[in-house]
Design a protein around this ligand. Structure first.
Ligand SMILES: Nc1ncnc2c1ncn2[C@@H]1O[C@H](COP(=O)(O)OP(=O)(O)OP(=O)(O)O)[C@@H](O)[C@H]1O
Ligand SMILES: [Mg+2]
Length: 512
C-alpha cells in the first residue's frame, strides 16, 4: 500500500479517518454524522453516557456493522463495505465490550486465534509456548491448555486484550477493556498500551473510568445521543468539563457521585441479621468468610479478583454445602443446594456477567415479562399489564433505547444492566446479591443504579454488594468489608473512608 504524500504533518499522521458516520437501527439514530480521526501513536478516548453510540462508532470502524452513511479511510485509502475480516486485514484489531472469545476453546487457541503459528499445520507445542509468552507479557500466568470458560471473567478479559495487543495491528480499539480487571492488571494494561503507542500503534479507548481517560489519553472525543459533542486535547480539559460534555447539564448529584472520593459511612444498622456466613471455606478461593448482612443495609465487600468475595457471593446463591462453615438465613442454619432453592428462600442474584442472566435474543418485554420473572425470581407478580410494568421501569431506571420488539441484545451494554435490575423493583427480595452492578456504566446510569439499589434496601432487603472497583463500593455501601485472599481483613463502619484507604487495605496486606 503506497501512500500519497499529503501536505500537512498532522494529516500524514492520520491512520484512520471517518467522516459523517451515520447508523440507524430501525428508525433509531444510533450515530449521526460523526467525524472521527485517529493519529499514529495516539491514545484517543471516546466517552459518553450509556447508549451514546460509542460501541456503534467502533463497530462501524471495524466492520462489525455497516454504516448507513459516511466514509472511512484507513492508511489513506478509502475502504468501502468494511467487514470484520477486511478490517483485520487493514490492521484494525478490536476488543469488544462483550467478550467475543470462544469459551469452549483453550486459552492458547483464543490468544493466537486463526493466526496460529506455522501455517496450515499447527504446531501445538509451539502454539502453546507462544501463547504462554504472550500472556506472560500482560502478567497472566495461565495454562494455555485451560479451557477459557473455566477462567474468571477478569482473566478472560485479559486473554482477549492480549490477543489484540499482540496481533500486529496498527489500530487497536478497546471497548471497556478494564471493566473486570484489578488495579494491578489495569496498570499493566496501560503500560503496554503506551509501549505500543510509542512504536506508532494507534489506540481507540472506550471507557467510563474518567480517571483513566485523564491519565492515559492524548485526545478525547465526546458523544451524546449519537452526536459528536466535541473532540479535544486531553491537556485542555478537566474531568469536570468532560462530565458536563457527556451529560449535558451538570447535575450536582452526578458530580458528587462521581467526584466523591471520600465518603462518610453511617453508624451500623441494628436491624436483625438477614444473612450470615460463618467460617465459610470453599477451596481454592474462599478460606474463611465470616460476615453478617442486616435487613435494610447495603453491605459492600471490596477486594481484587483473588479476594474470594465473588465466589462467596455465588455460594450464597445456591452453592450447596461448603467444605466447612455455615450459612444462616434469619438466624437459621440453611443449606441452599441449588439456585432454585436459593430463590425459594428469597435470594436474588445479579451476576457480574449480564449475559448469564439476560435472554439476549429475546425481546426486552420478554426479559421483564411476568411469566419470565416468576420463573427466575420465584415471586408471583399481581399486576396484569406487562407493558405498563416495562414502561414504569423504563422510566424509573431511565433505560434508553427501549422499543416494544427490540431484543435485549440490541440495547447498549449499560442499558442491558438496567433491564436486569428492573426485575427486582416490584417485589424486593429478602436478600439481594449484586456483583459488579455498574460495570461498563457511565456516571449518570451509575447514579440511577445506586438509587435503585438503595430503594430496594429501604424497603427492607439485605443487600450484599460485591465489587473490585473501590468507587462502586464507596458509592453504594452503608458498611464496607475488605476481602483479601479468601478472608475478610478489614471493616469500615461509622467512619470516613477514601478510595486509597480501601485499596491499601485490599492490596498491601503484606506490608502492614
Ligand atoms: N443491534 C441493535 N439494534 C437496535 N438498536 C441498537 C443495536 N445496537 C445498538 N443499538 C442502539 O443504538 C444506541 C447506541 O448504542 P451503543 O451500543 O453504541 O451505545 P454505547 O455508547 O456503546 O453505550 P454503553 O456505554 O452502554 O455501552 C442505543 O440506543 C442502542 O440501543
Ligand atoms: Mg457500548
Amino acid at each position: 500500500m503506497t501512500q500519497t504524500p499529503v501536505d500537512t504533518t498532522v494529516e500524514s499522521d492520520v491512520v484512520l479517518a471517518a467522516r459523517g458516520m451515520t447508523k440507524l437501527y430501525g428508525g433509531v439514530l444510533a450515530l449521526h454524522d460523526v467525524d472521527f480521526d485517529l493519529r499514529a501513536g495516539e491514545v484517543h478516548a471516546v466517552v459518553g453516557e450509556n447508549g451514546a453510540g460509542k460501541s456503534t462508532l467502533i463497530k462501524c470502524l471495524s466492520g462489525g456493522v455497516r454504516p448507513d452513511g459516511g466514509t472511512i479511510r484507513i492508511g489513506g485509502e478509502e475502504v468501502s463495505a468494511l467487514s470484520p475480516t477486511s478490517a483485520q486485514d487493514a490492521g484494525v484489531a478490536v476488543v469488544h465490550q462483550e467478550l467475543s472469545l470462544f469459551p469452549a476453546l483453550t486459552v492458547a487457541e483464543n490468544v493466537l486465534g486463526a493466526r496460529g503459528t506455522g501455517g496450515v499445520l499447527m504446531n501445538w507445542r509451539r502454539t502453546r509456548r507462544v501463547a504462554a509468552e504472550t500472556l506472560a507479557r500482560v502478567g497472566l500466568d495461565l495454562d494455555p491448555r485451560a479451557r477459557l470458560d473455566q477462567l474468571p471473567i477478569g482473566q478472560q478479559q485479559l486473554v482477549e486484550i492480549a490477543r489484540a495487543l499482540f496481533s500486529g495491528a496498527s489500530v487497536i480499539i478497546l471497548d471497556e477493556p478494564t471493566s473486570s480487571l484489578s488495579p494491578d492488571e489495569v496498570a499493566l494494561l496501560f503500560a503496554f498500551v503506551h509501549e505500543l503507542a510509542e512504536q506508532g500503534v494507534a489506540f481507540v479507548l472506550i471507557t467510563h473510568f474518567l480517571e483513566d481517560v485523564m491519565a492515559h489519553a492524548d485526545r478525547i472525543t465526546v458523544l451524546r445521543n449519537g452526536l459528536l459533542v466535541t473532540c479535544v486535547e486531553r491537556a485542555s480539559v478537566s474531568k469536570h468539563d468532560l462530565v458536563e460534555a457527556m451529560i449535558g447539564d451538570s447535575s450536582s448529584v452526578l458530580q458528587a457521585t462521581y467526584e466523591g472520593l471520600r465518603v462518610t459511612l453511617p453508624p451500623p444498622s441494628e436491624e436483625p441479621v438477614a444473612l450470615a456466613l460463618r467460617g465459610i471455606v470453599l477451596p481454592p478461593a474462599v478460606n474463611d468468610m465470616t460476615f453478617d448482612v442486616r435487613r435494610g443495609e447495603v453491605l459492600g465487600i471490596y477486594g481484587d479478583l483473588a479476594a474470594g468475595h465473588a465466589e462467596a457471593a455465588e455460594f450464597v446463591f445456591g452453592g450447596g454445602k461448603p467444605a466447612s462453615g455455615e450459612l444462616l438465613l434469619d438466624g437459621v442454619s440453611t443449606v441452599l443446594s441449588s439456585t432454585t432453592k436459593a430463590r425459594a428462600h428469597g435470594i436474588a442474584f445479579i451476576p457480574a456477567d449480564r449475559r448469564d442472566a439476560l435472554a439476549l435474543e429475546q425481546p426486552i418485554t420478554w426479559n421483564t415479562s411476568l411469566a419470565y420473572l416468576h420463573r427466575i425470581t420465584g415471586f408471583f407478580m399481581r399486576s396484569s399489564d406487562e407493558r405498563a410494568h416495562l414502561a414504569k421501569w423504563t422510566e424509573a431506571l431511565r433505560i434508553r433505547g427501549v422499543q416494544p420488539h427490540k431484543t435485549a441484545g440490541a440495547l447498549s451494554g449499560g442499558n442491558q444492566q438496567k433491564v436486569l435490575f428492573a426485575r427486582w423493583l416490584e417485589y424486593p427480595p429478602k436478600v439481594m446479591v449484586v456483583v459488579e452492578p455498574t460495570r461498563g456504566m457511565d456516571v449518570g446510569a451509575k447514579s440511577d443504579v445506586v438509587r435503585i439499589v438503595r430503594d430496594v434496601a429501604t424497603k427492607g432487603t439485605a443487600v450484599l454488594l460485591i465489587s473490585s472497583e473501590p468507587e462502586t463500593v464507596l458509592t453504594f455501601s452503608d458498611r464496607i468489608l475488605v476481602a483479601h485472599r479468601g478472608r475478610i481483613v478489614r471493616e469500615f463502619a461509622n467512619t470516613q473512608v477514601s478510595k486509597n484507604e480501601l485499596m491499601a487495605a485490599g492490596h498491601d496486606m503484606e506490608s502492614t
